[in-house]
Design a protein around this ligand. Structure first.
Ligand SMILES: NC(=O)c1ccc[n+]([C@@H]2O[C@H](COP(=O)([O-])OP(=O)(O)OC[C@H]3O[C@@H](n4cnc5c(N)ncnc54)[C@H](OP(=O)(O)O)[C@@H]3O)[C@@H](O)[C@H]2O)c1
Length: 300
């Protein structure tokens, strides 16, 4: 990747323009897991995004499984942990389903540190809003963890701009990231204030499911909307001699909030190929054309 070392929010953490996500990182094959993490680091990816709850989908069977697998990679491959910005999330508990109360946040942090075999989490994110926790309580828990050196920075995920501002109001340090679903199939953050708020407050957006969870990459579908977007992406990909996935990632990267797509492939060659997105130049007409395909109507 070319543009290395951009700042994450207002923090001292530096990251590459693409991140790697571990939602689909399950099982106990530490060697295959290490290969994926090393493929990411070798291609200039520095931010790795996991969550306490990851492991209950994609062939996994237990809460914490993805963090535990990453912890085994750290234990087996010295140096890997030091070469990455480690981001995890707390606050989703199946059956509850959201808990960001102070006790739950502190307990989740302790549990994640143990599973990850590390003594600090670089970026600790609220996975989804728990509207039953007063933001002052959540802010106090995050501030305490940060002052103890257990987390370096904090971020939010699936928060609206107002919810982010409300949490920020009670924090003595700036939030670093906001993580919405954002892709050519999920364009709401462009229009609902999420990316505007990120620009205004110097938060780095992390875009989850940047290929629509694979729907944009796989292409074949009975969904009319997906077909329309895929047709538009293919037109641009053919013109520029790049893959459809590269155009889909470029669509995210070139927004002025400079979001970082969190790719989720388990295929090392596809992890490496994500960097091709950095060579794609989309014009205004290209970009708005993708938005129009996504919303099924021309721009007003
Ligand atoms: N905050 C949240 O609430 C939230 C929610 C969801 C996800 N996330 C984050 O976002 C990350 C990425 O999400 P995601 O995994 O849905 O991302 P994604 O990159 O949109 O989708 C990944 C899926 O696409 C498939 N794929 C990728 N390239 C392909 C290609 N060229 N051909 C065919 N299939 C292809 C992958 O299969 P292969 O493995 O076979 O390549 C994988 O199943 C997660 O790991 C997590 O960190 C966050």
């Amino acid at each position: 990747m070319s543009e290395m070392g951009r700042r994450l929010g207002q923090s001292k953490l530096t990251v590459g323009p693409i991140a790697y996500g571990l939602w689909r990182f399950t099982g106990d094959d530490v060697s295959a897991a290490s290969t994926r993490i090393e493929a990411a680091i070798d291609s200039g990816i520095t931010l790795v995004d996991v969550a306490a709850v990851y492991g209950l989908d994609w062939g996994g069977s237990s809460f914490g499984e993805s963090e535990a697998l990453l912890g085994k990679v750290f234990a087996a491959t010295p140096g890997v942990r030091q070469n990455m910005v480690l981001a995890t999330k707390f606050g989703i508990i199946p059956g509850v389903p959201y808990d960001s109360s102070a006790n739950a946040v502190v307990q989740s942090c302790e549990d994640s540190l143990k599973r990850l075999h590390t003594d600090v989490i670089d970026l600790f994110q609220v996975h989804r809003p728990d509207v039953l926790t007063h933001p002052a309580e959540l802010a106090a828990a995050l501030t305490s963890l940060r002052s103890q050196g257990k987390i370096r920075e904090a971020g939010v995920s699936n928060y609206g701009a107002q919810q982010t501002a409300l949490l920020q109001k009670f924090l003595p340090f700036p939030l670093t990231t906001t993580q919405p679903e954002f892709s050519a199939l999920a364009i709401a953050p462009v229009f609902d204030g999420t990316l505007d708020h990120a620009i205004a407050h110097d938060l780095t957006p992390l875009a989850w499911s940047p290929l629509g969870g694979g729907r944009l990459a796989k292409g074949s579908t009975n969904d009319e909307r997906v077909s329309r977007v895929v047709t538009k992406l293919d037109e641009l990909a053919d013109r520029d001699g790049v893959s459809r996935a590269a155009v889909a990632l470029a669509f995210i990267i070139c927004h002025p909030a400079t979001p970082i797509p969190i790719i989720g492939t388990r295929n090392p060659a596809r992890i490496a190929a994500a960097a091709h997105a950095l060579r794609v130049n989309l014009s205004r007409a290209d970009w708005y054309g993708i938005v129009a395909a996504s919303q099924g109507a021309p721009m007003p």
